[in-house]
Structure formats: C-alpha cells, structure tokens
Design a protein around this ligand. Structure first.
Ligand code: SAM
Length: 278
C-alpha cells in the first residue's frame, strides 16, 4: 500500500510511521510513505501557503494552489488510483470498520490542514472524503494522518507477526477485547485467572468470549446494541452480570462456563468469531 501525505510538516507523519509494527511494515515493503510539502509548490519569495479569511475573523486559511499542486504531484507519482482524504474534525469519525475499508485501498492521499483549515473550494474539487479522528480540534492534520497510517498499516497482510492478533482486537467482531495476562502467575498485584492456566482451550475461549461480552456491556453498551449475540453469548453475559451483582468479580471467571449453562467442551459457538444467531 502507498500513502502520500500532503502537509507543511510531512516529516512529522513519517517519523510516527518509523517505529514498531508500522515501521516494520515499511521495511517489509507492505507500506510506502511519501511526503509532499505544499510550500514546495508555493510561489513568490515567501512561498506563502496561507492567507487571511474573506469576511474577516481570526486565523489563516490554506491557499488552494500550493495544495492542489502538491496533491496533483502526488497523484502523478504513481499510476495506481488514489483516494484523497482530508483530515478534518468535520469528517466522518474513523472507526475500525473504516480502517479496514481504507486498508483495502492500493493508495491513499492524506491531506493535512493547519490554521483554520483549507479553502473550501479545494475540498470540493480534490477531496473524496473527510475523516475525523474524534470530536476535538487538533492544531494540524498530521497527528490525525499518523493515526490513519498506523490503523491501516497494521491491517496489511503480513504486518503483524501473529496473524490472529488483529482478528482478536477490540471492535473487530463488534466487541471489546478480553483482558490479557502474562508471567508471573502469582504477583503482589494478584493472580492470573485459573482458567487461563487450565490448558483447556474450549474453556479458555469461552472465558475470553464472556470477558469480551462483559467488558463491552460495562464500558461500551452502545456496541452491544449493534452486536448480533448468540443464545450462548446471552447466557455468558447474564452469568457475568450475575457474578458481578453477587460481588464475585466476574473477571476471575472461575464459574463462567457452569453459570452460563454452556458446555465448553461441546459448544464451539462460544469461541471468538463463531457464527452467531443460534
Ligand atoms: N477550523 C476548523 C474547524 O473548526 O473545523 C479546525 C481547524 S484545525 C485548527 C487545523 C487542522 O487540523 C484541520 O484543517 C484538520 O486538518 C486538522 N484537524 C483538527 N482536528 C482534527 C480531527 N479531530 N480529526 C482530523 N483532523 C483534524
């Protein structure tokens, strides 16, 4: 995948993409990043890229021509068609489904604004969509672009060491991820839930499913409204809630399977990603 970033500070986004999973995706040739600075396409001694807004008011607005020239240069640099996205607090909110969709494109051009933003006519003429990373205002689009780069780069085939790890992430199946534990088993902060040490893969899968359901119910009930829960899911969630109400601390999950009335040895539907609607 190729991502071109149009920005007054293209190195900023390139730096963010230089580390960890995204950096390795670059090294493996799964992602190529290219920066284009509109100042390089600005005219005059001062290479102006902004002007005062018509109608008065505070701040500056980014000029059409340097941005348009930079976008066009980026498009011309590769024959593959590119989707042009303006990072903007007024855009549709980025979520995991959107990240997956964008990750499927061969090329993206990410336009980063500064100041009060860019001249509206440029957006109408050159931009395919506007994308926001949340309901707050940043001083520039670079951080937002870096977020998009990270979210789509890790979804490229071969970017993650363990192919499973993206599938199990929060939002992938409409739920939050389950809690994770590693060594040591006993620690002054507490013990690892017994089920995870059992070696019983069906029980572990069921416990994880239950934790995902419970966490989503506690933290993001709006997601549960959208999720298609199976009968087994509903039982697991009811058991989780019952344990919480009884003050047992549902995250230990020691009685999850029996309380749910589900047999972890025989009911494969409790595993993550299993077909729903039973
Ligand atoms: N005046 C604009 C408004 O209120 O909609 C905000 C301009 S902001 C100070 C400067 C630039 O930061 C924007 O052009 C955009 O590229 C970027 N930006 C700010 N917040 C953002 C967000 N939540 N998501 C994506 N980009 C954002």
């Amino acid at each position: 995948m190729r991502i071109d970033v149009i920005s007054l500070f293209p190195e900023f986004v390139a730096q963010c993409a230089a580390f960890g999973v995204v950096g390795r995706a670059g090294e493996r040739g799964l992602l190529s990043m290219h920066g284009w600075n509109p100042r390089d396409y600005a005219e005059g001694n001062y290479r102006r890229v902004d002007e005062r807004p018509f109608g008065g008011g505070p701040g500056m607005v980014m000029l059409i021509d340097p941005l348009r020239a930079a976008i066009r240069a980026a498009r011309a640099a590769d024959p593959a068609p590119a989707r042009t996205i303006y990072m903007s607090p007024q855009g549709a909110r980025l979520d995991q489904a959107k990240a997956r969709e964008l990750a499927g494109h061969e090329r993206l051009i990410l336009l980063c604004g500064r100041y009060e933003g860019v001249d509206e006519r440029l957006i109408r003429a050159e931009v395919d969509e506007e994308l926001s990373i949340g309901d707050y205002v940043l001083s520039g689009g670079e951080l937002a672009a870096a977020v998009v780069v990270d979210a789509v780069a890790r979804l490229q085939d071969g970017a993650l060491g363990d192919a499973e790890s993206a599938v199990q992430d929060s939002f992938e199946d409409g739920l939050l991820d389950c809690p994770h534990y590693t060594r040591p088993v006993e620690h002054e902060l507490g013990a690892v839930p017994e089920v995870l040490m059992s070696g019983n893969h069906a029980r572990i899968a069921q416990w994880r499913r239950q934790q995902s359901l419970g966490r989503t119910w506690q933290r993001r009930p709006d997601l549960l409204d959208e999720a298609a829960l199976s009968k087994t899911d509903r039982k697991l969630l009811a058991a989780y809630r019952a344990e919480l109400a009884a003050g047992k601390g549902a995250e230990t999950g020691s009685t999850a399977a029996s309380a749910a009335g589900a047999d972890p040895e025989s009911d494969g539907s409790a595993t993550r990603g299993a077909a729903r609607g039973d």
